[in-house]
Write a protein of this length. Structure first.
Length: 364
């Protein structure tokens, strides 16, 4: 997988205690990498990071990426071969309550990663993960391309767009130069689902918790459409980008979208009806709609991933049905108190096997 590029390599993951970070940590461990994790805290209770007991499997640091001196000391000392920067304040509703916290984490935190790499200037391949919400979303019916405008109607979206401008500025000022040993690219993904997410204001999380207690889940926007994708989909994109950027300097400074197939666009209502079947919950008992919408929510947002297909030969692996199956089964096993590290590795293996059968490039 990934031409074995990550085997025995030092990989620093910021945000490793989060949902995406825990999946990425587990996958890279399985690929033979030496993981250095940097996060400010364990973000939820429960948390996938703790459920999988990842702390004892990696080098674990509780450091806020806004603490430049602490972050810089680790990067300077460890000189990681790869960096995957996922750490962020990632909840839209929280950005309304804590706008400065969101901006400082997402903008200055990213700048601190880049500044530390500038000072260290060791051979390093860095993937900076932002969000589809970095785009100026006018709710168009076609997907956003990498050269579309950055923007955002809420603080979270604006902070992600601003972070991208900082990355672009650092690239042109420092990392584009011949004497730079750092290569970096930007990766964007949309709404991801999958087992192990317990962040607030996540529709799947709220549904799984409610159904595990025999309750209905309360939803705000049943007709909002999202391109639902399993968390392993963008992670395969991030890992593919890291692999190919490490080998091909022409990808330096480029940004890529990693989204699902167009057929995976579904409304929140459809998502819940399809997921409830794995819990033997009748769809009439699955959810109730509330009129309480305390902040703006995009009705439509999707990505155009033609560039990733053309440059990286990357494409989505799972269809909508498998995405729902993977997600629902993980949570069901958790609430049945099964071994979740084994379950997670099993789903990664199943995902790899499915991709290999499709002869996707990264499986070589």
């Amino acid at each position: 997988m990934f031409d074995s590029i990550y085997k025995n390599k030092k990989v620093l993951i910021t945000g490793h205690t989060g949902f995406k970070g825990s999946w990425l940590t587990t996958w890279l461990l399985n690929l033979g990498a030496e993981i250095i994790g940097v996060s400010k805290d364990i973000p939820t209770t429960p948390a996938m990071f703790e459920v999988l007991e990842l702390e004892e499997k990696i080098e674990h640091h509780l450091i806020d990426i806004r603490d430049f001196d602490a972050l810089n000391m680790i990067i300077k000392k460890k000189k990681p071969d790869f960096i995957f920067h996922l750490a962020a304040q990632a909840i839209v509703s929280t950005s309304y309550l804590e706008p400065l916290e969101t901006i400082s984490s997402n903008v200055m935190g990213t700048a601190h990663i880049l500044e530390s790499l500038r000072l260290s200037n060791h051979r390093c391949t860095a993937i900076i993960i932002t969000s589809d919400k970095a785009y100026d979303n006018v709710e168009q019916i076609w997907g956003y391309k990498e050269n579309d405008a950055m923007g955002g109607r809420d603080i979270y979206s604006g902070s992600k767009g601003a972070a991208e401008l900082i990355v672009k500025s650092y690239y042109h000022s420092f990392f584009k130069l011949d004497n730079s040993n750092v290569r970096l690219s930007i990766a964007r993904a949309g709404n991801v689902i999958g087992g192990g997410d317990w962040a607030k204001d996540r529709i799947i999380v709220d549904a799984m918790i409610a159904w595990s207690k025999g309750n209905k889940v309360e939803i705000r926007s049943p007709n909002a459409t999202r391109p639902w994708q399993h968390v392993l989909e963008p992670l395969s994109g991030y890992l593919s980008l890291g692999q190919q950027l490490n080998a091909d300097i022409s990808l330096n400074g480029e940004g890529f979208n990693f989204g699902p197939r167009a057929e995976q666009n579904r409304t929140v209502r459809e998502l819940l009806v399809d997921s409830s079947k794995y819990w033997n919950v009748d769809h009439d008992d699955a959810f109730t709609v509330t009129g309480n919408i305390p902040f703006h929510e995009a009705g439509l947002l999707k990505l155009n991933c033609d560039k990733a297909l053309s440059y990286l030969k990357w494409q989505a692996n799972l269809d909508y049905k498998d995405t729902i199956k993977f997600t629902s089964e993980w949570y069901y096993d958790y609430y049945q108190k099964n071994s979740m590290f084994s379950k997670t590795l099993s789903q990664i293996s199943e995902y790899e096997s499915s991709a290999k059968a499709k002869k996707l490039k990264w499986t070589a």
